[in-house]
Ligand binder design. Structure first.
Ligand code: PEP
Ligand code: MN
Length: 358
């Protein structure tokens, strides 16, 4: 074969490549059109029966030189690419995504605009134990000009024999404090049936780590006209976390604050591993404000300040930490709550940090 003939054959291979490219993209476009025609309700999923039919049809027309297995392999990759194309389109359409809404969502909590590019703070005891206990923390916060107070009335405890929270009595204490101190109160609700009742007492519904994928609770919270603070599941990926927020927003409630609170890893030096990189990822992927809970992530009082500084430096919208007037006798999380003196020190140090934007 002459050099010229060889070059001609190579040129034909190049032409065929371009034809294949054009056809693959044409196929991708058709798959997108089919998905669009189906509407947004029906999420595209892998359909093995339809793939088998297409493969059988292709085999009927295969005259070689490629073997059946090779053809099958190539086409399965093409099918997969089509599926991925739709997956990406679906992700683009998530209501919580920045692709869907480029500007930051602002959650207004009694005048504090969470998500306004400044940093905010949520403090308060792990659990509401008494009016006096919460009031002591509220006083210390008021002196610092802070007005976002947390406290659990329904405590999701590892052991059923541990303190489970004061329930509605705890919510009533929070409401009294909110009114007397002009504060916004945040409290975890664990049961969808309690949401409407709880909304009479609290300003923000917290959905805890253990309930991040309690889809019925998420949907019910999505139907409320109350802001939701959603904590990352203790073994949830960022994608799962984002989808949990989507459950809430899909029901019409866009007032959501995400809260990174550490994930379970093999590391035992801390209670959980604070996934600090989740903060900028969540900020990039979603338009929602992102908080960091330094208490439950580290589980260590000595790490609260450096973890909070890291959260500020990496761009969190705020920090949550637990404060108790006498942690030694606290009914939950006594090892990591700060007492009022430690709280003073923590907050002063944080305010003087060069990363702070208040
Ligand atoms: C809490 O904030 O009170 C709490 C129980 O945290 P988490 O759900 O993150 O464990
Ligand atoms: Mn706690």
């Amino acid at each position: 074969m002459s050099n010229n003939e060889l070059r001609q054959l190579q040129t034909r291979v190049d032409d065929v490549n371009l034809k294949i490219l054009k056809l693959i993209n044409e196929r991708g476009k058709l798959i997108q059109d089919i998905e669009q025609a189906k509407g947004t309700q029906e999420i595209h999923q892998y359909d093995p029966i339809s793939d088998r039919k297409m493969l059988d049809n292709i085999h009927d027309y295969n005259n070689g030189p490629f073997k059946k297995s090779t053809i099958e392999h190539i086409f399965k990759e093409i099918f997969k690419a089509g599926l991925e194309l739709n997956k990406n389109d679906h992700r683009k359409a998530l209501l919580v995504s920045r692709k869907y809404k480029p500007e930051n969502t602002i959650v207004n909590l009694r005048g504090e605009q969470i998500g306004d590019n400044k940093q905010h703070f949520i403090f308060g005891p792990c659990a509401v134990e008494s009016y006096e206990q919460v009031a002591a923390v509220a006083n210390a916060m008021k002196e610092k000009g802070l007005k976002l107070l947390r406290g659990g009335a329904y405590k999701p405890r590892t052991s059923p024999y541990d303190f489970q929270g004061l329930g509605i009595e705890g919510l009533k204490i929070l409401k009294r404090i909110a009114d007397e101190y002009d504060m916004a109160v945040i409290s975890e609700i664990v049961n969808a049936a309690d949401l409407k009742m709880a909304a009479n007492y609290i300003d923000v519904i917290q959905i805890g780590s253990r309930n991040m994928q309690n889809f019925e609770l998420l949907k019910e919270a999505g139907g409320m006209k109350k802001p939701v603070l959603l904590k990352r599941g203790l073994a949830a990926t960022i994608e799962e976390f984002i989808n949990a927020a989507e459950y809430i927003m899909s029901q019409g409630n866009d007032q959501i604050i995400l809260c990174e609170r550490g994930i379970r890893t093999y590391e035992t030096a801390t209670r959980n591993t604070l996934d600090i990189s989740a903060v900028p990822i969540l900020k990039q992927e979603t338009h929602l404000p992102v908080f960091v809970d330094v208490t439950h992530s580290t589980g260590r009082r000595d790490l609260l300040l450096p973890a909070a500084k890291a959260a500020m430096a990496i761009g969190a919208d705020g920090v949550m930490a637990e404060v108790h007037p006498d942690p030694a006798v606290a009914l939950s999380d006594s090892a990591q709550q700060m007492d009022l003196k430690q709280f003073d020190h923590f907050f002063n140090e944080l305010l003087s940090s060069k990363f702070i934007k208040v």
